[in-house]
Write a protein that binds this ligand. Sequence first.
Ligand SMILES: [Zn+2]
Length: 384
Amino acid sequence: MAARARSTVLTGARVVLPTGIVDGGRVIVEGGRIAGAAPDDAVRIDLTGHWLVPGFVDLHNHGGGGASFTSGSVDDVLRGIRTHREHGTTTLVASAVTGEMDFLAQRAGVLSELVEQGELAGIHFEGPFISPCRKGAHSEGLLRDPDPAEVRKLLDAARGTARMMTLAPELPGGTDSVRLLVEHGVIAAIGHTDATYEQTVEAIDAGASVATHLFNAMPPLGHRMPGPIAALLEDERVTVELINDGTHLHPAALELAFHRAGADRVAFITDAMDAAGFGDGRYQLGPLAVDVEGGVARLAEGGSIAGSTLTLDTAFQRAATVDRLPVDDIVRAISANPARLLGVYDRVGSLEPGKDADAVVLDADFGLKGVLHKGAWLIDPRVG
Ligand SMILES: [Zn+2]
C-alpha cells in the first residue's frame, strides 16, 4: 500500500551514508525527497534493528513479474518495473535483447516514453552488435557487425533516452561505434565479445567504460591470453557489471573482481528476464524460448544460461551473507556506482538531503522489509 505522509522521520536504523555507517541515524522524508530538518509534527517510524540503505539502481534488466521489456505492452513493462521496485530497485534501465533493427527502433520508441515519464532511467541495447562466438541467449541470425550508421539509427529512435549499448569491439566498425556512442553521451559497454586483451584496451581507450556482466559471454581469463577480463578489471576508467545470483559467477570469481576493481568500480546488476519475481515455467527472451527451472533460466534449445531471475534485494543479501562483503561496499556497487554512471547521482544513489526519498529497509539478516519510492512506501516496514 502506497502511503505518503507529509513529513516522516526514520529513526533507529543503521543508516548507510556515503561517509560511512551511522548507528541510530535519522533520515527525514518530506514531499518525496530527503530533507535536512524535520518539523515537530513529523511522523516517526522506529527502524531499530534494521538497515536503511539507498534504493537500488539496476543498469541491466530485461524484465520481471512475467513481463518482458523487449516485447511486452506498456502495461506489461510497467508491471515489470513495479515488480523490481518491490524488490528495492527504485531506478531501473530497461535492456532490450537482440532483434531486427526495425523492431528495436520501434521498441526504443515505446520505452523512451516510459523514460520521459520517469518510470525508467534509460534504455540499454544489448545487441545486435555482438559476437556470434559469444552470443549467449541472443538470436545468432539477427546479430550484425557494429555499423556506426546503424548504431546511430537506434540512438535516434530512442530520442535521447538510450543510456548504454553493449557491443563486441573486435568486430568491424566496433571502435568507431564506441566513439560514436561516447560522442552522444551513451555508455559504450563491452560484452558478448571475443576480443583479445589488446582489442579490449583499444576499445577502452576509445571510450568504452562498462563491462557487460564481466566473466559471462566473454573468453575466460588465461595466463598467456588474459583476454577482456584482465583489461576490464585493471583499467580505472571501467565499471564492471556482476550478476551475483550464485549461478552466473562462482563466489571466488566475484571476490576476484571485487578486489581487483575495488568497490567503486563494481555494479551489481540482475540481467533479469520475465521470470524474476514471478516463477518457473516457459518464457520468451526476444525470439528465443527459455525454460526456467529452480529459478535458473536456460535456452530451451542448447541450454545456454538466458539471463537471470535475480532481483537486487537477493543480490544484496547474497553479497552480505555468502560473499561477506562490507555493507557499505555493497551499497556502492548496488546504488551509488550505477547512479554515477547513469549521471543521476545528484538525484538518487545515496541517502542525502535533496535527493529522491528512495530507500530500502533490511532486517538484521538482510531480508527486505521496506521499500520507499519517492517518499511513498511500496513495502511498508510497519506491516508484517
Ligand atoms: Zn542482458
